[in-house]
Design a protein around this ligand. Structure first.
Ligand code: ZN
Length: 413
Protein backbone atom coordinates (compact mmCIF):
# COMPACT_ATOMS: atom_id res chain seq x y z
CA UNK A 1 0.00 0.00 0.00
CA UNK A 2 1.42 3.30 -1.08
CA UNK A 3 1.03 6.55 0.73
CA UNK A 4 -1.36 8.73 -1.23
CA UNK A 5 0.33 11.87 -0.01
CA UNK A 6 3.60 10.76 -1.56
CA UNK A 7 2.17 11.16 -5.03
CA UNK A 8 2.47 14.62 -6.43
CA UNK A 9 -0.86 16.37 -6.43
CA UNK A 10 -2.85 13.61 -4.75
CA UNK A 11 -5.57 11.47 -6.33
CA UNK A 12 -8.11 12.79 -8.78
CA UNK A 13 -11.57 11.63 -7.82
CA UNK A 14 -14.58 11.98 -10.11
CA UNK A 15 -18.18 11.30 -9.11
CA UNK A 16 -20.52 10.86 -12.09
CA UNK A 17 -24.16 11.50 -11.28
CA UNK A 18 -25.70 9.73 -14.27
CA UNK A 19 -28.43 11.72 -15.96
CA UNK A 20 -28.64 14.17 -13.07
CA UNK A 21 -28.99 17.41 -15.01
CA UNK A 22 -32.04 18.66 -16.86
CA UNK A 23 -32.99 21.34 -19.34
CA UNK A 24 -33.83 24.71 -17.91
CA UNK A 25 -37.09 26.18 -19.13
CA UNK A 26 -36.98 27.99 -22.45
CA UNK A 27 -37.23 31.33 -20.68
CA UNK A 28 -34.24 30.55 -18.53
CA UNK A 29 -32.09 29.53 -21.47
CA UNK A 30 -32.94 32.73 -23.27
CA UNK A 31 -32.11 34.88 -20.30
CA UNK A 32 -28.98 36.90 -19.89
CA UNK A 33 -26.06 35.23 -18.18
CA UNK A 34 -26.04 37.05 -14.90
CA UNK A 35 -28.74 38.28 -12.62
CA UNK A 36 -31.60 37.88 -15.06
CA UNK A 37 -32.93 34.48 -14.15
CA UNK A 38 -36.63 34.48 -14.99
CA UNK A 39 -38.94 34.01 -12.08
CA UNK A 40 -41.38 31.13 -12.15
CA UNK A 41 -39.25 28.68 -14.11
CA UNK A 42 -39.45 25.17 -12.72
CA UNK A 43 -36.56 24.09 -10.49
CA UNK A 44 -34.52 21.19 -11.77
CA UNK A 45 -33.83 18.07 -9.73
CA UNK A 46 -30.36 19.38 -8.82
CA UNK A 47 -32.01 22.55 -7.54
CA UNK A 48 -34.69 20.67 -5.63
CA UNK A 49 -32.34 18.19 -3.97
CA UNK A 50 -30.93 18.98 -0.53
CA UNK A 51 -27.18 18.42 -0.93
CA UNK A 52 -25.30 19.88 2.04
CA UNK A 53 -22.01 18.09 1.27
CA UNK A 54 -22.05 19.25 -2.35
CA UNK A 55 -22.98 22.77 -1.30
CA UNK A 56 -20.06 22.97 1.10
CA UNK A 57 -17.65 21.83 -1.61
CA UNK A 58 -19.16 24.32 -4.02
CA UNK A 59 -18.53 27.19 -1.64
CA UNK A 60 -14.82 26.37 -1.73
CA UNK A 61 -14.53 25.06 -5.27
CA UNK A 62 -15.03 25.99 -8.89
CA UNK A 63 -18.09 25.61 -11.05
CA UNK A 64 -17.77 25.13 -14.77
CA UNK A 65 -20.08 24.23 -17.64
CA UNK A 66 -18.78 21.22 -19.51
CA UNK A 67 -19.78 19.67 -22.82
CA UNK A 68 -19.80 15.94 -22.17
CA UNK A 69 -21.68 14.93 -25.33
CA UNK A 70 -19.94 15.89 -28.57
CA UNK A 71 -22.23 17.70 -31.03
CA UNK A 72 -22.14 14.77 -33.47
CA UNK A 73 -23.31 12.23 -30.90
CA UNK A 74 -26.60 11.42 -29.22
CA UNK A 75 -26.91 12.06 -25.51
CA UNK A 76 -26.15 8.94 -23.52
CA UNK A 77 -23.70 7.44 -21.08
CA UNK A 78 -21.98 5.45 -23.83
CA UNK A 79 -20.82 8.78 -25.30
CA UNK A 80 -20.51 11.01 -22.24
CA UNK A 81 -18.64 8.70 -19.87
CA UNK A 82 -15.78 7.98 -22.32
CA UNK A 83 -15.43 11.74 -22.79
CA UNK A 84 -15.20 12.22 -19.02
CA UNK A 85 -12.55 9.49 -18.91
CA UNK A 86 -10.50 11.16 -21.63
CA UNK A 87 -11.78 9.85 -24.98
CA UNK A 88 -14.26 11.87 -27.02
CA UNK A 89 -15.83 9.29 -29.36
CA UNK A 90 -15.43 10.22 -33.05
CA UNK A 91 -18.61 8.30 -33.91
CA UNK A 92 -21.37 6.40 -32.07
CA UNK A 93 -19.96 3.91 -29.59
CA UNK A 94 -20.64 0.17 -29.79
CA UNK A 95 -23.16 -0.45 -27.05
CA UNK A 96 -22.99 -4.22 -27.44
CA UNK A 97 -19.25 -4.26 -26.81
CA UNK A 98 -19.79 -2.13 -23.71
CA UNK A 99 -22.50 -4.39 -22.28
CA UNK A 100 -20.41 -7.51 -22.88
CA UNK A 101 -17.37 -5.94 -21.21
CA UNK A 102 -19.51 -4.72 -18.32
CA UNK A 103 -20.58 -8.24 -17.45
CA UNK A 104 -17.51 -10.19 -18.45
CA UNK A 105 -19.39 -11.88 -21.29
CA UNK A 106 -16.94 -13.35 -23.73
CA UNK A 107 -17.18 -12.23 -27.35
CA UNK A 108 -15.22 -14.86 -29.33
CA UNK A 109 -12.90 -13.84 -32.14
CA UNK A 110 -14.87 -13.18 -35.29
CA UNK A 111 -18.03 -12.57 -33.31
CA UNK A 112 -19.66 -9.46 -32.00
CA UNK A 113 -22.28 -8.45 -29.48
CA UNK A 114 -25.49 -6.57 -30.08
CA UNK A 115 -27.51 -4.92 -27.38
CA UNK A 116 -31.22 -5.37 -28.03
CA UNK A 117 -33.87 -3.42 -26.14
CA UNK A 118 -37.35 -4.81 -25.61
CA UNK A 119 -40.04 -2.15 -25.40
CA UNK A 120 -43.82 -1.93 -25.43
CA UNK A 121 -44.83 -0.97 -28.96
CA UNK A 122 -47.68 1.23 -27.87
CA UNK A 123 -45.75 3.75 -25.78
CA UNK A 124 -42.10 2.75 -25.99
CA UNK A 125 -42.01 1.83 -22.29
CA UNK A 126 -39.49 -0.74 -21.13
CA UNK A 127 -40.90 -4.25 -21.35
CA UNK A 128 -41.50 -6.29 -18.22
CA UNK A 129 -39.66 -9.46 -17.27
CA UNK A 130 -42.21 -11.80 -18.81
CA UNK A 131 -42.01 -10.06 -22.16
CA UNK A 132 -38.23 -10.02 -22.04
CA UNK A 133 -38.16 -13.75 -21.27
CA UNK A 134 -40.47 -14.41 -24.21
CA UNK A 135 -38.21 -12.30 -26.41
CA UNK A 136 -35.17 -14.36 -25.46
CA UNK A 137 -36.92 -17.50 -26.60
CA UNK A 138 -38.10 -15.93 -29.82
CA UNK A 139 -34.68 -14.54 -30.70
CA UNK A 140 -33.16 -17.94 -30.08
CA UNK A 141 -35.82 -19.63 -32.19
CA UNK A 142 -35.13 -17.17 -34.99
CA UNK A 143 -31.38 -17.64 -34.63
CA UNK A 144 -32.21 -21.16 -35.71
CA UNK A 145 -29.78 -24.07 -35.99
CA UNK A 146 -29.52 -26.90 -33.59
CA UNK A 147 -26.72 -25.31 -31.70
CA UNK A 148 -27.92 -22.32 -29.82
CA UNK A 149 -26.91 -21.39 -26.36
CA UNK A 150 -29.15 -19.52 -24.02
CA UNK A 151 -27.66 -17.70 -21.11
CA UNK A 152 -30.15 -15.96 -18.96
CA UNK A 153 -29.35 -13.73 -16.08
CA UNK A 154 -30.73 -14.39 -12.67
CA UNK A 155 -31.67 -10.75 -12.82
CA UNK A 156 -34.28 -11.32 -15.47
CA UNK A 157 -37.03 -11.25 -12.92
CA UNK A 158 -36.85 -7.55 -13.58
CA UNK A 159 -36.41 -6.52 -9.99
CA UNK A 160 -32.67 -6.49 -10.05
CA UNK A 161 -31.74 -5.01 -13.39
CA UNK A 162 -28.06 -4.59 -14.07
CA UNK A 163 -27.15 -6.66 -11.04
CA UNK A 164 -24.99 -8.90 -13.15
CA UNK A 165 -25.39 -12.20 -14.85
CA UNK A 166 -25.56 -14.09 -11.58
CA UNK A 167 -26.55 -17.71 -12.00
CA UNK A 168 -26.14 -18.19 -15.70
CA UNK A 169 -28.12 -20.97 -17.25
CA UNK A 170 -26.96 -22.43 -20.50
CA UNK A 171 -29.00 -24.53 -22.84
CA UNK A 172 -27.09 -26.15 -25.65
CA UNK A 173 -29.32 -27.51 -28.35
CA UNK A 174 -26.64 -28.95 -30.58
CA UNK A 175 -24.64 -32.11 -30.27
CA UNK A 176 -21.05 -31.05 -30.11
CA UNK A 177 -21.57 -28.10 -32.42
CA UNK A 178 -20.45 -24.66 -31.37
CA UNK A 179 -23.30 -22.36 -30.46
CA UNK A 180 -24.05 -19.83 -33.18
CA UNK A 181 -25.68 -17.30 -30.95
CA UNK A 182 -26.00 -16.71 -27.29
CA UNK A 183 -28.76 -14.51 -25.91
CA UNK A 184 -28.20 -13.01 -22.50
CA UNK A 185 -30.95 -11.31 -20.54
CA UNK A 186 -29.03 -8.49 -18.90
CA UNK A 187 -31.77 -7.46 -16.51
CA UNK A 188 -34.62 -5.06 -17.09
CA UNK A 189 -35.49 -4.60 -20.77
CA UNK A 190 -32.01 -5.36 -22.08
CA UNK A 191 -30.80 -8.34 -24.07
CA UNK A 192 -27.35 -9.07 -25.42
CA UNK A 193 -26.99 -11.24 -28.50
CA UNK A 194 -23.49 -12.61 -29.12
CA UNK A 195 -22.55 -14.36 -32.34
CA UNK A 196 -21.18 -13.94 -35.81
CA UNK A 197 -22.65 -11.24 -38.02
CA UNK A 198 -25.21 -10.71 -39.26
CA UNK A 199 -27.61 -10.45 -36.38
CA UNK A 200 -30.54 -12.82 -36.98
CA UNK A 201 -33.72 -11.05 -37.96
CA UNK A 202 -35.41 -10.01 -34.77
CA UNK A 203 -38.82 -11.58 -34.32
CA UNK A 204 -42.06 -9.63 -34.47
CA UNK A 205 -43.73 -10.09 -31.12
CA UNK A 206 -47.25 -8.99 -30.41
CA UNK A 207 -47.22 -5.62 -28.71
CA UNK A 208 -43.43 -5.42 -28.43
CA UNK A 209 -40.61 -3.86 -30.39
CA UNK A 210 -37.09 -5.29 -30.38
CA UNK A 211 -34.51 -2.68 -31.21
CA UNK A 212 -30.88 -3.56 -31.87
CA UNK A 213 -28.34 -0.83 -31.20
CA UNK A 214 -26.18 -0.22 -34.26
CA UNK A 215 -22.57 -1.30 -34.53
CA UNK A 216 -20.17 1.41 -33.41
CA UNK A 217 -16.63 2.22 -32.41
CA UNK A 218 -15.07 0.51 -29.40
CA UNK A 219 -13.38 2.71 -26.78
CA UNK A 220 -9.57 2.42 -26.95
CA UNK A 221 -7.34 1.38 -24.06
CA UNK A 222 -6.20 4.81 -22.94
CA UNK A 223 -6.15 4.13 -19.22
CA UNK A 224 -4.11 1.94 -16.95
CA UNK A 225 -4.76 0.07 -13.74
CA UNK A 226 -3.95 3.24 -11.78
CA UNK A 227 -7.44 4.38 -12.79
CA UNK A 228 -10.09 2.67 -10.68
CA UNK A 229 -13.74 2.90 -11.72
CA UNK A 230 -16.35 1.90 -9.17
CA UNK A 231 -19.61 0.99 -10.84
CA UNK A 232 -22.43 -1.53 -11.09
CA UNK A 233 -22.28 -3.94 -14.06
CA UNK A 234 -23.59 -1.39 -16.57
CA UNK A 235 -22.31 0.99 -19.22
CA UNK A 236 -19.81 2.76 -16.96
CA UNK A 237 -18.15 -0.52 -15.99
CA UNK A 238 -18.00 -1.72 -19.59
CA UNK A 239 -16.54 1.54 -20.87
CA UNK A 240 -13.96 1.59 -18.09
CA UNK A 241 -12.92 -2.00 -18.72
CA UNK A 242 -12.56 -1.42 -22.48
CA UNK A 243 -10.49 1.71 -21.78
CA UNK A 244 -8.14 -0.28 -19.57
CA UNK A 245 -9.19 0.90 -16.12
CA UNK A 246 -9.60 -1.40 -13.14
CA UNK A 247 -13.30 -1.87 -12.36
CA UNK A 248 -14.57 -2.49 -8.86
CA UNK A 249 -18.19 -3.50 -8.26
CA UNK A 250 -18.96 -3.61 -4.55
CA UNK A 251 -21.69 -6.02 -3.40
CA UNK A 252 -24.98 -4.16 -3.35
CA UNK A 253 -24.05 -1.76 -6.15
CA UNK A 254 -26.88 -2.10 -8.65
CA UNK A 255 -26.87 1.15 -10.62
CA UNK A 256 -30.51 1.50 -9.60
CA UNK A 257 -32.35 3.55 -6.97
CA UNK A 258 -31.53 1.96 -3.61
CA UNK A 259 -28.04 0.95 -4.70
CA UNK A 260 -25.54 0.70 -1.84
CA UNK A 261 -23.71 4.00 -2.29
CA UNK A 262 -21.98 3.70 1.08
CA UNK A 263 -20.30 0.56 -0.28
CA UNK A 264 -19.16 2.55 -3.31
CA UNK A 265 -17.75 5.22 -0.99
CA UNK A 266 -15.82 2.57 0.95
CA UNK A 267 -14.49 1.12 -2.32
CA UNK A 268 -13.34 4.58 -3.43
CA UNK A 269 -11.66 5.23 -0.09
CA UNK A 270 -9.91 1.85 -0.34
CA UNK A 271 -8.73 2.65 -3.87
CA UNK A 272 -7.29 5.97 -2.71
CA UNK A 273 -5.55 4.23 0.17
CA UNK A 274 -4.10 1.73 -2.30
CA UNK A 275 -2.54 4.58 -4.26
CA UNK A 276 -4.85 4.89 -7.27
CA UNK A 277 -4.07 8.00 -9.30
CA UNK A 278 -7.65 8.37 -10.47
CA UNK A 279 -10.84 7.09 -8.89
CA UNK A 280 -14.18 7.37 -10.67
CA UNK A 281 -17.45 6.56 -8.94
CA UNK A 282 -20.52 6.11 -11.11
CA UNK A 283 -24.01 6.64 -9.68
CA UNK A 284 -26.74 5.34 -11.99
CA UNK A 285 -29.88 5.99 -9.97
CA UNK A 286 -30.70 9.59 -11.04
CA UNK A 287 -30.83 8.50 -14.69
CA UNK A 288 -32.83 5.38 -13.95
CA UNK A 289 -35.38 7.32 -11.90
CA UNK A 290 -35.73 9.90 -14.68
CA UNK A 291 -36.32 7.16 -17.27
CA UNK A 292 -39.10 5.89 -15.04
CA UNK A 293 -40.58 9.42 -14.97
CA UNK A 294 -40.07 9.37 -11.21
CA UNK A 295 -39.20 13.00 -10.51
CA UNK A 296 -39.31 12.55 -6.73
CA UNK A 297 -37.16 9.43 -7.00
CA UNK A 298 -34.57 11.36 -8.98
CA UNK A 299 -34.29 13.98 -6.24
CA UNK A 300 -34.01 11.22 -3.63
CA UNK A 301 -31.25 9.57 -5.68
CA UNK A 302 -29.24 12.81 -5.82
CA UNK A 303 -29.70 13.36 -2.10
CA UNK A 304 -28.56 9.79 -1.39
CA UNK A 305 -25.40 10.36 -3.43
CA UNK A 306 -24.67 13.50 -1.43
CA UNK A 307 -25.23 11.82 1.92
CA UNK A 308 -23.86 8.31 1.39
CA UNK A 309 -21.10 8.89 -1.15
CA UNK A 310 -19.90 12.47 -1.45
CA UNK A 311 -19.93 13.32 2.24
CA UNK A 312 -17.75 10.36 3.29
CA UNK A 313 -15.39 10.90 0.35
CA UNK A 314 -14.50 14.48 1.22
CA UNK A 315 -12.40 13.76 4.28
CA UNK A 316 -10.36 11.12 2.46
CA UNK A 317 -9.73 13.32 -0.56
CA UNK A 318 -8.75 16.18 1.73
CA UNK A 319 -6.33 14.00 3.71
CA UNK A 320 -4.77 12.72 0.48
CA UNK A 321 -4.35 16.21 -0.92
CA UNK A 322 -6.47 15.29 -3.92
CA UNK A 323 -9.06 16.78 -6.21
CA UNK A 324 -12.75 15.98 -6.26
CA UNK A 325 -14.90 16.58 -9.31
CA UNK A 326 -18.64 16.00 -9.41
CA UNK A 327 -20.82 16.24 -12.49
CA UNK A 328 -23.59 14.52 -14.41
CA UNK A 329 -22.55 12.64 -17.55
CA UNK A 330 -25.57 14.06 -19.37
CA UNK A 331 -29.09 15.17 -18.56
CA UNK A 332 -32.25 13.07 -18.33
CA UNK A 333 -35.62 14.78 -18.07
CA UNK A 334 -38.04 13.07 -15.67
CA UNK A 335 -40.89 14.75 -17.54
CA UNK A 336 -40.39 12.56 -20.60
CA UNK A 337 -37.61 10.12 -19.69
CA UNK A 338 -35.35 11.35 -22.48
CA UNK A 339 -31.64 12.08 -22.37
CA UNK A 340 -30.42 15.65 -22.70
CA UNK A 341 -27.19 16.56 -24.51
CA UNK A 342 -26.79 20.08 -23.13
CA UNK A 343 -23.50 20.92 -21.33
CA UNK A 344 -23.62 19.95 -17.67
CA UNK A 345 -22.64 21.77 -14.47
CA UNK A 346 -19.36 20.52 -13.03
CA UNK A 347 -17.84 21.15 -9.62
CA UNK A 348 -14.09 20.95 -9.05
CA UNK A 349 -12.80 21.08 -5.49
CA UNK A 350 -9.16 20.78 -4.57
CA UNK A 351 -7.86 19.93 -1.14
CA UNK A 352 -4.96 22.21 -1.93
CA UNK A 353 -7.15 25.25 -2.41
CA UNK A 354 -9.00 26.96 -5.18
CA UNK A 355 -6.08 28.69 -6.94
CA UNK A 356 -4.34 25.43 -7.75
CA UNK A 357 -7.53 23.74 -8.85
CA UNK A 358 -7.64 25.80 -12.02
CA UNK A 359 -4.24 24.42 -12.94
CA UNK A 360 -4.58 20.87 -11.70
CA UNK A 361 -8.19 19.83 -12.05
CA UNK A 362 -8.27 19.81 -15.87
CA UNK A 363 -5.68 17.06 -15.91
CA UNK A 364 -8.37 14.50 -15.16
CA UNK A 365 -9.74 14.61 -18.63
CA UNK A 366 -10.16 18.21 -19.54
CA UNK A 367 -7.55 19.76 -21.72
CA UNK A 368 -6.49 23.10 -22.95
CA UNK A 369 -9.67 25.14 -22.73
CA UNK A 370 -9.94 24.91 -18.97
CA UNK A 371 -6.28 24.81 -18.10
CA UNK A 372 -5.33 27.60 -20.45
CA UNK A 373 -7.82 30.03 -19.07
CA UNK A 374 -8.52 30.27 -15.43
CA UNK A 375 -11.89 28.73 -14.66
CA UNK A 376 -14.40 31.14 -13.17
CA UNK A 377 -14.99 31.02 -9.46
CA UNK A 378 -18.27 29.80 -8.15
CA UNK A 379 -19.15 33.30 -7.11
CA UNK A 380 -18.70 34.54 -10.65
CA UNK A 381 -20.69 31.68 -12.06
CA UNK A 382 -23.82 32.18 -10.08
CA UNK A 383 -26.54 34.27 -11.66
CA UNK A 384 -28.04 34.97 -8.27
CA UNK A 385 -27.18 37.74 -5.94
CA UNK A 386 -23.90 37.51 -4.09
CA UNK A 387 -25.37 36.47 -0.76
CA UNK A 388 -26.91 33.30 -2.21
CA UNK A 389 -24.35 30.51 -2.13
CA UNK A 390 -23.66 28.88 -5.51
CA UNK A 391 -24.70 25.27 -5.98
CA UNK A 392 -24.09 22.57 -8.57
CA UNK A 393 -27.04 23.46 -10.77
CA UNK A 394 -27.76 24.07 -14.43
CA UNK A 395 -28.83 27.63 -13.63
CA UNK A 396 -25.64 28.46 -11.75
CA UNK A 397 -23.52 27.74 -14.82
CA UNK A 398 -25.95 28.89 -17.52
CA UNK A 399 -23.93 32.02 -18.20
CA UNK A 400 -20.49 30.40 -18.23
CA UNK A 401 -18.53 29.56 -21.36
CA UNK A 402 -18.70 25.91 -22.37
CA UNK A 403 -15.59 23.89 -21.54
CA UNK A 404 -14.74 21.23 -24.12
CA UNK A 405 -13.29 17.92 -22.98
CA UNK A 406 -9.93 16.94 -24.43
CA UNK A 407 -8.42 13.66 -25.47
CA UNK A 408 -6.17 11.87 -23.03
CA UNK A 409 -2.87 10.65 -24.34
CA UNK A 410 -2.62 6.93 -24.86
CA UNK A 411 -0.77 5.21 -22.03
CA UNK A 412 1.60 2.33 -22.40
CA UNK A 413 -0.14 -0.99 -21.91
ZN1 ZN B 1 -30.22 6.79 -19.47
Amino acid sequence: MRTPGARRGGPEVLVILDGASEPLGAGALGAGPLGSEPLGSEPTSLERAATPALDALCAAGTLTRVRTVAPWLEAGSEHAIPALLGWVPPAPVDRGAIEAAARGIEVPAGCRAWRVDVRVALDGARADAGAVRESVGEVLARADAGAVREARASADAGTDADAGIGAVREVCGGRGASPRFAVHALGGHRLLVVGSAPLPTLPALAGLTLHAWPQGVVPPRLLGADTVVIAAPGAAAGIARLMGARVVTPPGATGQPGSDLAAKARAAIDAIADGAARVVVHVGAPDEAAHELDAAGKVIAIEAADRDLIAPLVATVRAAGGTLRICPDHGCDPADGRHVAAPVPCLTWSAQGAPSSAQRAPDFAQGAPLSAQRAPDCAQGTPRSAHVAPRLTERAVAGLPVVELAQRERVAA
